[in-house]
Every structure is written in structure tokens, then in C-alpha cells.
Design a protein. Sequence first.
Length: 224
Amino acid sequence: MKAKELIEENNEKRKQLTKENLKYYEDMLVYIRLSFSKSEQETEEILSELLDHLLLAQKEGRTAKEIFGNAPKQLANNIIGELPRMVTKETVGFFAMIILYFLAASVFFSGISHLIIYYVFNIGELVREFHVGSASIKAILSIPIAFLLLCVLIYYLRWSCFKKRNKILEFMIFWFYSLLSLGIFVLLFFLIPDFGPVVAIPAYVFLLVGIVLYVAARITRAKV
């Protein structure tokens, strides 16, 4: 069974878990899945085996702690240590997929926001002018910054696993982090001066380019 099929099956089977067992298992699932350098196929297979084992034990009246112990993080680290790493082709495809998704979202929402501002608030022009030099530098710098912000988010999510989390505090953290991330990109775009040839691009073209990049990301994901 392929990784995507295992994920779908896992999503359905988890509905059978009790609240306590679900919390225990989902912390392990998130922690293990976020070790993205590991083979996705092998990762989903071991997660499926753990879930099957837990469901069987649950029918016998036992809890996840009784089956897997009181040190789930240590168990998860042991499992991660046994998982094979992604092969080079998978790693390249994985990072290419992330870049394409990032560019697709950036370009699409840039176009949709400009259209909303133009048609709803009657501000600006339908055709946007760009300086090729500065736009290229901004795009090149945005990718590593996005990766860095993503890595920080992944590190926090893994750190928060197996802990009792305050929902309100967690919401505030994500809200602040979202504003910080947005502020970094806004600052980047304002600090880099315009230079290079000017090209005029209609706002709707950004929507089309964003869709094309999204499709490319989906195709890349299917091949990983």
C-alpha cells in the first residue's frame, strides 16, 4: 500500500481511538512525521503498525500508556532512529515540491489581493509594473527565508508534542508568529530598492501562474 493510501487509512482508523489514546497516538504521529528527512513510505508503514497494535489493545481494555509506556518521546526517537532516510531523488523532489507550493501560494495570493483592492476598493491599476532585477532578488531571498521560518515552526511543533498545551496560549503564539513572518517579508520587499527593466503584467496573469505552479507542485508530490 502506498504512503498516501496509508495516510487516508490512518485518518479513518484513528476515529476508533478513545480520547486518551488518540492524544497519545497523535502526538507520536506528529512527532514522527515531522522528521521529514525520513522515508515517507517507511514512516507511514510503521505508524500504521503502531495504530493497529493500539486498536487491538484498546479492544482488550488497555491504554496507549500501558502498551507503549510512559516515555512516548523516547519511543518515537527510537522509531525515528530505525527509519531509513529519504533517497536523493526523494529529497530533491520533496524540497522542489515545497518551493513550488510556496511560489504558487505567493503568486496566487498576490494576484487575488491586487484584484480585490482594484475592484472592491477601486485603488491602483489592473496592470502591475515590476522591476525585473529587484523582483528576482526578492524571489530568490524569499525562498530561504520561508524555509527558515518553516524549520522554526516544525521545531516548535515537535517540541510541543507530548506536553499539556494551553489552547489560548498556543493560539497567541501562532498568531504572533504569523504576524512576525508576514512582517519579515514586508520588510524584505521594502528594503530592496527597485532596479532593472520594467515589465507590466496584468493581475489575472498572477492567478494563472499560481495555478500552474500549484499543479506542478501536485505533480512533483505524486512523483516523490
